[in-house]
Design a protein around this ligand. Sequence first.
Ligand SMILES: NCc1[nH]cc(CCC(=O)O)c1CC(=O)O
Length: 313
Amino acid sequence: MSHVAPAPLLIATRESRLALWQAEHVQALLKQRFGLDVGLLGMTTRGDQILDRTLSKVGGKGLFVKELETALEEGRAHLAVHSLKDVPMDLPDGFALAAVLEREDPRDALVSNTYASLAELPQGAKVGTSSLRRVVLLRSLRPDLQIEPLRGNLDTRLRKLDDGQYDAIVLAAAGLKRLGLASRIRATFDTSEMLPAAGQGALGIEVLADAGPLRAQLADLIHRPTWLSVHAERAVSRALGGSCSMPLAAHAVWHGDTLHLNAALGHGQETTRPLLRVSVEASVADADAASALGEEAAARLRALGADGYLATP
Ligand SMILES: NCc1[nH]cc(CCC(=O)O)c1CC(=O)O
């Protein structure tokens, strides 16, 4: 490798257990693959400080990302590691997604101390989640459930369940597995019933767009099937306006050389509106083709009436 990296390299990271796990994972990978010594720059973001309020009302999930980007911009750190699910569809000018790593389990999981599956939950059971996507999908599966907001990092959410505030909660399987909490999973939702969010389970590494040599080196870490899948998924969201407050699911899987993309859109306010669902597939060889597949899914959602679902409240 002839790339000369600026030394010492620093990864900007949030300080939740999951964010630190993810940053340390990339730190170890950079050591193992390139012999690079990389440090961590822990940061508390505005997103972390206001977890008690509705994030979408104060700037959205992008708040978790923005302050890490500022650290890159100011040269205090050189890369940022994110759960791709939390990364806005369009990065601000001057930033680039250098790599996406192989996806962990993309599915959602049911966690409960009493019930072993969604089907076992009694009529009207109280289920915690703050994801609009999970709310609309749960509602379509079990209209009787009482779905209540649930915020905080993974440990906080599990504590609220253990305190008895909910009969069950829904979390990403990936986060639980990464933190060694897989034993808390009582049931994993099939993707056909709880379609994952765009990018769920995948890690993204962000750098300054003009970080030439570093960016080129990180490109070696790209897991190509995941890279193409998440381009397709994120393109659906981008084509529909990209807001993280939109109850949108988008999930792509490979069957041989063909990428199958499923997307679903719910109505955030009107509970009587049916979910809109589409499936598209194509033989996809590059990121542009993957994005085109995502745009096709978005166009089909529009043909089903998506515009009537997207109006801001
Ligand atoms: N929105 C929070 C968030 N962002 C990423 C993950 C972990 C899973 C992943 O990497 O997709 C979680 C927790 C959750 O949704 O339960």
